[in-house]
Design a protein around this ligand. Structure first.
Ligand code: S3P
Length: 178
């Protein structure tokens, strides 16, 4: 099978993966609009289905339970229409989910340096993993987690530089997917 045939068969689902703050939701919404695809965010899907915020799920049921919900999301996700999915930053890194994503669609890694991620996450209060970290330790935390998670992120079919501005990323993505 040529690369192009392969892309055509699975490209009705496009998964954007990457660290917190890599811009998956922002880019995902724009990409979906450009391609006339539906858009879904795995965190929002989980929040709606459980009538709780991600923060509440972490606080009340713990991270392992949240990872179970992410796995459940990806196992049950079979959209009838072409869809762009922004996945939670940890989703591809647990329970062999990276394989599940790759079997269901095209997986694109939005890659950014720890410093850029820090600048976007500095004052974030909604993400349970990062909001509890002391200001002075955030960069070290991001560097460590990013390095652990890169093993999974780098298994994506493609990666793009999410340090670039969004319009540039869109052009890059359209080229990759055409
Ligand atoms: C997480 C990332 C978050 C959310 C949860 C855990 C992670 O999603 O799923 O707070 O483990 O990196 P975003 O990447 O959309 O912030």
């Amino acid at each position: 099978m040529t690369d192009n045939q392969y892309k055509k068969e699975i490209n009705h689902i496009i998964f954007l993966i990457g660290f917190m703050g890599s811009g998956k939701t922002t880019l995902g919404k724009k990409l979906a609009k450009t391609l006339k695809y539906d858009f879904i965010d795995s965190d929002m899907w989980i929040e709606n289905r459980n009538s709780s915020t991600i923060k509440q799920i972490f606080e009340n049921k713990g991270e392992d339970y949240f990872r179970f919900l992410e796995q459940e999301f990806i196992e049950n996700f079979n959209p009838s229409k072409p869809t762009v999915v922004a996945t939670g930053g940890g989703l591809p890194c647990f329970n062999e989910n990276i394989e599940r994503l790759k079997n269901k669609g095209i997986v694109i890694y939005l890659k950014a340096s720890a410093k850029i991620l820090l600048s976007r996450l500095k004052s974030d209060k909604s993400r349970p993993l990062i909001s509890i970290i002391d200001e002075n330790e955030k960069l070290t935390f991001i560097e460590k987690k990013l390095s652990e998670r890169s093993v999974y992120y780098n298994q994506a079919h493609f990666s793009i530089n999410s340090g670039n501005d969004v319009e540039k990323q869109l052009i890059e993505l359209k080229c990759l997917l055409s």
